[in-house]
Each structure stands twice: as C-alpha cells, then as structure tokens.
Design a protein around this ligand. Sequence first.
Ligand code: C2E
Ligand code: MG
Ligand code: MG
Length: 799
Amino acid sequence: MFNLNEDLFLMLLVLVQSVISYHLTPVFTNIYSRKTQDKQPKIIIILSLTLGFLFWLTHLLAILSVHLKYTAEQPYLYFLISYAVCSLVAFFSIRTCGIPHLSSKSYFVTGCGMSLGIVFVNFIGYAILFQDKIEVKPLLILFALLLSAAFSFSALRLLLIALEDGLLNQRRAKYYRTAGSIIGGISLAGIPYVTMTSVLDYQFADGGHDYYLIPFLFVFLLNLILTFIPDLYSHTMMNEQSERINEKEERFRSLFHHSPDGVISTDMKGVITSVNKVAAAMTQLTEKDLIGLSFLTLIKEEDHQKALFYFSEIVKGSFSENELSVSLRGKNGDSLDVLITAVRQVVNHKVVGVYGVVKDITESKKAQNRINYLAFHDELTGLPNRRYFIQKLSELKRGNQPFAILNLDFDRFKRLNDLFGHAFGDLVLVKISERLTSVLPERSILSRLGGDEFSIILLEDEMEKANETANDIVHHFRFPMKIRENDCLVTTSIGIAHFPAHSRDSEMLMKYADIAMYDVKMNGSNSYGIYKPEMNDKLIEKIRIENELRKALQYKELSVYFQPKFKENLATVIGAEALVRWKHAELGFISPATFIPIAEETGLIFELERFVLGEVASHVQAWERQNLNFGRISINISHLHLYQDDLIKTIDEILSSYQIHASSLELEITETAMMDNELEANMKLSILRSRGIEISMDDFGTGYSSLSYLQKLSIDRLKIDQSFIREMEQHNGNEAIVSMIISMANHLELKVIAEGVETKTQKDLLAKLGCLEFQGYLGGKPIPAEEFSDMYLSGSKAV
Ligand code: C2E
Ligand code: MG
Ligand code: MG
C-alpha cells in the first residue's frame, strides 16, 4: 500500500505543514498575551481558528497521503467537527500558554486537553472515516495513546519555557525553539501514522513484518528528543540567567557601594539592613553600628514626623512627594542637610523594604540660602532690599494687622556723593544703616530701597510710637558722622503713612509716606511728618510753583529787596541784605521760604542767585555812580551754589562787568553749607575774601558748630539766627546762648551781627552782650532798591 514515489511529496507536505503549525503556536500565544485585555477575546478567536486550521490541514494531508478510501457516509461533517476540535486545542494552547506563571494543575489539565484533542482527531477520526478497515491492535493503541500524551506534555512544556519572561526574543532561545519546532513538528506529523497503524488495517510500508513499528519508533525517538530539549533549553537559559543575575548583582553592588551618594536599605519597619560607606560617613557611625538602628534615629527630631510620613507613603507606593529634605544629626551635634529619594524594594511582587539614596545638600543649601539672601538683601548694607520690602508689605497687608511705614530721605546725601565720589557715598550709606539700626526698635523692619532711600516698617506696638521713633531718628542724624576723618552731617527727612488708616494698598501707602516726606523737605527738611490728605494738594502746589518759578525767571518777574543793617544805633547804616522777592500775578507775594527750597531741589537756584547777584551789582553800580555808599550789600548763597565750579568765575565776571568794588559785597553762607566739604568751601571762601568780599555765616546757632570747627573756617562774621533773638527777652537760656556766641566770635576775632531784631530792648540787650551790629524790623523791613536808597540817603534814622 505504501508507495514512496507517489506519496513522498504528500508526506513531506505533512512534515512541513506540521513544523509550521508547531512553530507558529508560541508566536500566536505571544501575539495574544501582548494585546490589551479588551482586545484579547477577538484576537484569540482569529488566532485559534487560524492555528486550528493549520493543525487540521496536517491531519488532512496525513489522511490523503495514505490513500485509504473513506467508508464514512458523511465525511464532510467529520471534517467540520475535526476542524472545530483542532481550533479548540489551538484555543486552549494559546490561552494557557498566555497565562504568566502557570500552575502545575493548569499545566496538567491543558496537557490532558491537548492529548484528548489529538486522540479524538486521530483515533475517533480514523474510526469514523475508515470503518471497514478497523483492526484493533490493543498494544499498539496503548503505545499510540502514550506517545500522543507524551508529545502533548513535552510540546506544552517547550511552549511554556519558550514563552517565559520574553525568552522568545532571545537569540540563544531562538535556536532551541527552532530545533524544538522542527523536532516537535516532525513528531506531530508522525502521530497520525502511529494512530493509523494502531487502529486500522494499515501497514506503514510494504514488506517485512515489523515495518508497522517504524512510525512508533520514529515518534518515540523524536518525543524523547523533544523531552530533552526543554531541559537543555532551561539549563542553558538558567546558566545565562544566573550569569545575568550575577552581573546585575555586581552592578547593583558597585552602584550601592561606589555611589557618590549615601545609600541606606531598610526593612518594612524602617530598621537599617545595609548602608554604603558614604552613608556611614554622613552619619559619622560605622556600618556595624548603623545596621539594626531605625533610620529615624539618624534624623533630627523636628523632621521625624515628615520623615515617617514620607516612609509610609513610599511603602504604600503613593508618591505624593518624590524627595524628602531633612537634617541628619551628626555625632558631634552638628547637622547635615540631606535630600532623600526612596524607592520600594520589591521581591516576587512583594514589598520587602525601602532603599533610600541620601544626597548631602549642605553646601548647595548654603549656596541656595546665599542666593536667596542676595535676592532679598542689599549687598552694601546687608539690609533687606526693595524686593523683600514689597513682599513684606503684601504679607502684612494679608495679615490685616496695622503697621506704619516711614520713608526716609537723607537731605544732603546726593551732594556728598557728587563731591566725594561713590566710594565715599557707600561709606556714608553703611554708616547711615548702622545708625538707623541702633536707633530702631527691635521688631521693626529696615530696608534700603535704593540710593539713599531707606524705608522702615513699624509693626503693631511700635506703630503707635511712630512719631517718637521718627523724632529719635531725626535727632540722631543731627550729629555728624565720622567718615574717613571727616565730620559728615547728613540730616534726614521722614514721611510716615499708616496701614490701614491711610490706605489698604501698599503702593498707595508708599506714595503717601513719600508725599509726607516731600512735605517735610518743603518745610525745611531735617524733620518728620505724618501723611495728611492736604499734602497731596501741597505737592500739586509745589509742582505749580516750580513751573511758575521757571517762568518768573524767564520773564524777569523776580526782584530784589534790601533790608538795612546797622551798627550801635539806627543812625549808622553799615550795609543791607539783599533778599529776593517774587510777586506772582495771581498769587501775590510768595515767600522765599516757599520757593527757595523748590529752587534748590530743581536746580533753579543757580539761575536765581545769578539774577540776584546781577541785580545787586547793577544797584550798587548805580549807587556808586551817584556817590552813595550803603556799606556792604550781603547776598545769600545756597550751599549748592557754593560748591558749583563756576561760582568764583560768576562773581569775578559780575565785579568786572559792573565795575563795582568787592568791598561793597558780602556773601551769606549757612552753617551746614560749610560742612559738606570743609576744604573746598574754605578754599573758595578764601579766594573770595582775598578779592575783598566778606563772608558771613548766616542763621548761626541752628546747625552744628564747635569752637574747633569754627576756628578752621575762612569767614568774617557770625550772623546770630533770629530764633535766639526773638525769645531772648523771655528766656534766659537764649540770652546765654547769644552771649556765648558773641564771646566765641570775640575769641575767634570774628565780627558778629544779630538778625531779626524787632525791639529796642533786644537791641540794647545785644549791645550789652557785646554785639553792636544788628538787622531787623526795628531798623526796617526789606524794601525795593529805590525806596531803600531814598530812605537811607541821609544814612541816618534817629532812635
Ligand atoms: P535769611 O537769609 O535769614 O534772611 C532773613 C529773613 O528774615 C528774611 O526773610 C527777612 O525778611 C526776615 N527778617 C528780617 N528781619 C526780620 C525781623 O525783624 N523779624 C522777622 N520775623 N523776620 C525778619 P525772607 O526775605 O522771607 O527770606 C527768608 C529766607 O530765604 C532767607 O533767610 C534766606 O535764607 C532765603 N533767601 C532770601 N533771598 C534769598 C536769595 O537770594 N538766595 C538764597 N539762597 N536764599 C534767599
Ligand atoms: Mg541771610
Ligand atoms: Mg538768616
């Protein structure tokens, strides 16, 4: 019956077909297990029907290859059922092998299922198809059954191993799988022949009695090999895996021990199980000491709660925070700032402990702190800066607690900076900040906002005392500071605004404090003031005056009045003070006390004083031409003008262009003007004096002057401030001061004049104290030049 030539092709086809279907089984399983759960049911049906078809085709080709005639009445129904059984076997193989870590029971059940499928398709199938050829050979049937079962289990095992842990894709595994596929496939191809031989009247090959045993022997041998393949395969894989594990372990060890960061491993309770050297060095304990300790003992107490929470979160697997920033306590009480990043140790799907990577961030934290410090502090004075101040203001605003803002401006700082340079200015600022810090209450916040702008926040209790504090500050700055051997007077003007009384808006508060500060400056500086809504109007008024003054200078709306000065009695006019007057078309006479500070602030003072100098010179020229001599005419020179480079040149030009004598002129300089730069002031004053101009120190007694200081100044006369004269009669104290000033002047061989003398009593008292020169309403008010020349033409006025 066996015809090699005719059937060889079909049998080869059976082999190839069988190898292909065997080979595809793990591939299909792999496709199936990679699909998401929702897609798996659909894909398994397609894969099972395809694989089932391949199995069935093997079976069909095997039947065709033996040329037996069917006796079954409905072979098609049989083929349909056998295709269904093949698909079922494919279904179970794919599903079972797709389950990770298959239990022994499932393995057994699937193995039996596969065996049953093979038995059904082969034994029952042949019995149905070829009923007339049935010839039961019990011993062979038993062999055939055993071989089928053995094949099923070995094939399943190989399949499982091939699929395990993705080995399918490894190169070495692929060789075994290919070998397994070929041998398993051939073995599978042999099973129909074994079955046929055992249940049908069918001889595998003609001639010889024992040829029927060939397929048995063939399948048996292949099965034997198939049984070994998984073992060989597993063995190789195991070796490879253990190599890989060793390598991994070594890598892990070197990661653990040579990590630049500390690594600590703990059990589930947080008890340390191992540490690396870096971690031991951080804690200043030995590895031995550390093992067995709770990790908490290494952390500073104040961080315990935070650390425990983090640990429990890590164990739970919830990572609300990735890192833990804590301080470790060192052995000697010092601390170390660290950042811990922890991960769970998971072995066989179970959490067994925690790894913590500990990074020493002490230095970077210090650097960070320094960056933060610099971001919020002024480098020069070390005080909080504007950014800090603004942040603090909004914080306080949110807190809704009352507080006060004090804005400070240092009246002559800009001059000092211009005169002596920025390095000197910096020293002044440092001194200012030190002085402020020493005066301020403890809980106040002092900031340098920039330049000479300082601001103070007074909180709650201190807020009530804002005026007191401001007064204290102003008072302290009335004394000069020693900077590079120079006495430096930098008086301050302070504006105060209250939260929430004046505004709830921090920007507005700052503005109001500034307005209050400007108001103080407008009223002569060196004082403090609390914001009042009217001040807004004042500021507007100030801006208006500035504009109007500009126009007044341009259109020559200013004039100069003269106030006579006398010696001993009203009969002897020894000179006059030139005082600027401004009669505004709408506002009438505006006091110099109002517009002179604005002129100084805006720089209009130079033009204004050049105008006064010119006016005085032209009158003096006219008087000299008429042979009138009213003595020296004094002109007030602002401290700003004194330091102007061209002052001497301007005066020289005026003297020469009006052809007047220097002995007709006197300059009045204030005490504080001298203090900006004593050397420069003295040098200039000496030059002017050498020309024949006299110098008086105006408003004497209101500034800071010591005897030693006065000694160094190049001046001719002290002009006692009118505030002392005014109350001389009532207050003995004032008399004493005036007397002291007079004797000081005598001692220094300086002339002395009193201003603001209004009564004869004052005049007589002054004469008694030794001051014979006087100026004031007693002698006459400031009047226009023509009136002045007419009135004093005779040069006398009886008293
Ligand atoms: P000052 O230089 O101390 O001038 C004296 C001031 O006292 C003048 O005020 C004068 O009118 C006033 N006065 C004179 N005698 C009496 C008196 O018996 N009783 C009272 N109560 N006051 C008297 P005035 O003209 O209002 O000037 C105020 C200040 O404005 C001056 O004080 C001076 O510092 C400044 N000033 C006036 N003209 C000029 C100027 O051309 N240049 C500069 N830089 N400042 C000027
Ligand atoms: Mg004066
Ligand atoms: Mg004066």
